[in-house]
Design a binder for this molecule. Structure first.
Ligand code: FES
Ligand SMILES: [Fe+2]
Length: 407
């Protein structure tokens, strides 16, 4: 139940207008159903969201279902070899058509009255319909889908933002890890009892890392103050150049992309000395990725829009996708990617691969849920951000800006 301690008399417009710049959000941004409805329209269905990797749909008929808030899409490798996506909503009376999370099929049969669609979304069978019933008019609705260097993105809008800038500018930093030739070694859904923004905000800051994540904090230097960080950063850059790799600088979070473009970001930070990758013992976890010939002691962060984040180590990539389930619940979908030719049990061990981000995400689930409980109290008042929460503050500003946008 959301909190209604204060009568909700102010209009949403004045709430949005009065949100103080550079401060955390007011309670109603998290609890008010009218704000959530606006987010569905202006943020959640307007942006690209990472839905997996092309390698998960390698053969014609391979499909996976992708759920976000009220929407569900079937993503499928069609007969012509392209990846397509359709609304998982029957054109008869609206039942979900595909109830399986993934698989391979030649057709999708609605479990309600049996209307049947092919992998191009065409309606191919519907029992006992009148003679003049035109099946061609009842194909599944198309959902926008695009692949960027092997990553599959879905957007529940017919006029999605362009991914051209992300594709071009991230080509070189992504080529370092050969994103095209990764495979999903493991995938896990973490359900979080909180409004979705609290989960993303938590991911945006490492002010909490020293207190909440001892496992993360001894490996990653992001929780250091900027002076100490630049010292270890310099060592990593030296090692990186010794491996023949270039550093490309972007703003960490570039949410204010060119109008009509999906925002994106890239940055690279050092791991602590003694850690080759995000492993428990500091040792390698899987075969080196892409062009790498050695561990260079760094990790690259990639951001695609407001929901999708990737962290690339020298030997594996972790993808985090935060999406709302409803106003009061969200989920974090985590993908662990390795080289496509790596063999489980021989080249990598799934439990070891997952260890760091499994323990870290379980700890995050708790702190985010505690945050959600407190934020609903009538005593909650936004407090000042620390210098280590800059990215979160930028993210919040972007949310408020999008809620104001009326186009
Ligand atoms: S709702 Fe799908 S066949 Fe009736
Ligand atoms: Fe965390």
């Amino acid at each position: 139940m959301s909190n209604t301690a204060t009568p909700n008399t102010d209009s949403i417009a004045s709430l949005i207008e009065n949100q103080q710049r550079g401060w955390p959000l007011e309670r109603r941004f998290y609890t008010d159903p009218a704000i959530y409805a606006l987010e569905l329209e202006r943020i959640i269905t307007r942006n690209w969201i990472l839905a997996g990797h092309a390698s998960q749909l390698s053969d014609p008929g391979d499909f996976k279902v992708f759920n976000v808030a009220n929407e569900s899409a079937i993503i499928v490798r069609s007969k012509d070899g392209s990846i397509k996506a359709f609304a998982n909503v029957c054109r008869h009376r609206g039942s979900l058509v595909c109830l399986k999370a993934e698989g391979n099929t030649r057709k999708f049969e609605c479990p309600y009255h049996g209307w049947t669609y092919d992998t191009d979304g065409n309606l191919i069978a519907a029992r006992s319909m009148p003679e003049d019933f035109d099946k061609k008019s009842y194909a599944l609705h198309k959902v926008s889908v695009e692949t960027v260097h092997g990553l599959v993105f879905v957007c529940f809008s017919d006029s999605p933002p362009s991914l051209a800038g992300a594709r071009k500018d991230l080509e070189e930093p992504m080529a370092m890890f050969d994103f095209e030739h990764l495979k999903v070694a493991a995938q896990q859904t973490y359900l979080i009892d909180a409004n979705w923004k609290l989960a993303v905000e938590n991911y945006q800051e490492c002010y909490h890392c020293a207190t909440a994540h001892p496992e993360y904090a001894v490996r990653h230097t992001l929780m250091l103050d900027p002076k100490k960080q630049s010292r270890v950063q310099a060592n990593m850059l030296e090692r990186m150049q010794a491996c023949g790799l270039q550093q490309i600088e972007f703003d960490c979070i570039d949410m204010n992309a060119t109008p009509g473009e999906q925002g994106y970001g890239y940055s690279r930070t050092a791991l602590f000395e003694g850690y080759k990758t995000g492993s428990e013992d500091g040792q390698g976890l899987a075969p080196l990725l892409g062009k790498l010939t050695d561990y260079d002691g760094g990790a690259s962060d990639f951001t695609f829009g407001p929901f999708s984040f990737l962290l690339a180590y020298s030997d594996h990539v972790v993808g985090y996708v935060f999406t709302p389930v409803d106003k009061d619940h969200c989920q974090c979908e985590i993908y662990w990617f390795v080289r496509s030719d790596a063999v489980e049990g021989q080249d990598y061990d799934v439990d070891k691969l997952k260890w760091l981000w499994d323990v870290t995400t379980i700890a995050d689930k708790k702190i985010i849920a505690n945050n959600w409980k407190g934020v609903q109290s009538k005593y909650y008042q936004p407090g000042p951000f620390s210098a280590m929460e800059r990215a979160e503050s930028v993210y919040i500003e972007w949310i408020v800006q999008e809620l104001r946008r009326e186009d």
